[in-house]
Design a protein around this ligand. Sequence first.
Ligand SMILES: Nc1ncnc2c1ncn2[C@@H]1O[C@H](COP(=O)(O)OP(=O)(O)OP(=O)(O)O)[C@@H](O)[C@H]1O
Ligand SMILES: [Mg+2]
Length: 348
Amino acid sequence: MNAMIEADSLNKTFRIAKRRVGMLGGLRSVVNPEIRTVEAVNDLSLHVGQGEMIGLVGPNGAGKSTTIKMLTGILVPTSGTIRVAGLVPTLQRRQLAAHIGAVFGQRTQLWWDLPLIDSLHLLRHLYRVSQERYRHNLQRLSKLLDLDEFLDTPVRQLSLGQRMRGDLAAALLHDPELLYLDEPTIGLDVVAKARIREFLLAMNAEQGTTVLLTTHDMDDIETLCPRMIIIDHGRKLYDGTVSSIRERFGGERTLMVVLNDAEHAEPTYDAKGLPRLQDLPNGVHVVKAEGPRLWLSFKDSKLPSYELVAWLGARYRLRDVAFQEPEIEDTIRRIYEEGLLLSDRINK
Ligand SMILES: Nc1ncnc2c1ncn2[C@@H]1O[C@H](COP(=O)(O)OP(=O)(O)OP(=O)(O)O)[C@@H](O)[C@H]1O
Ligand SMILES: [Mg+2]
């Protein structure tokens, strides 16, 4: 796979003048302001191949937007190296612009007072898109994003979902190979979110566009990104597939079983009032019971899930079994909370 983003050991430190209240009640001291430094991005390396869709996840202030801004050339890294589409963003920003598109969900790149179509037209000139390509792309994007009904509406009158669709069209008019999306579904309702996700999946499948997206919405990640990077305090905590995150950090997994009533008719109960199953394998516990339904936790057992089901099947008549995986959201919260402790395990 060809590399689209190659970033190594990125650091970004902001120096902020800390305003102190001076001695003269309320007057701010402007002489010798105390300088505070914020390490927004700390030794971050990031490699993304052509055609990948990758999610960048982290709590507020983790350094996600700062990372994207360095990758677009808007911000200069304090140290580290970046190549995007083979170009150095800060030195070749103009050439790079032809290869990338960006949508910052919190801010629009459209002109508030102009009808959407006029913004798109202006962007065509900025990006020097030929008339023919513009016509072709506008038609395609209008269809996919359903822009027709509001192309003539001033941007300030658009709903958030419409505005986001307009912004996506604006970012894609010049056929970039790489699209940065910084919270593209923020504030949208479920229908609008689903529509944006569908669009992005189709775009990636049809055009092969590489996508790097930040989001706080784990459904975005689960629908769109086979791979995710978790960062906090500017440091990488995880880089890998979304599916393996559950296996490695998922914590509790539970098996729900429905036993045949007859065999469960007169169970004995433990001190917590939960029904006792005879001779459960080591480390397997009944954690909840509702009628014939039992929930078994087996996080402390070495038993693979299929063996637990086989073990139960050999002793009880099972009417139903279902595994309950922890929500990815809970898993990620755990990773934030345990932070760097986990990153040691991740990097092994
Ligand atoms: N221009 C700036 N000047 C000073 N500090 C900044 C600047 N931009 C970002 N920071 C700081 O850098 C850190 C990372 O900010 P960043 O915006 O990258 O976080 P984020 O992961 O995008 O968070 P969010 O999820 O809230 O969007 C924060 O502590 C922030 O206050
Ligand atoms: Mg941000």
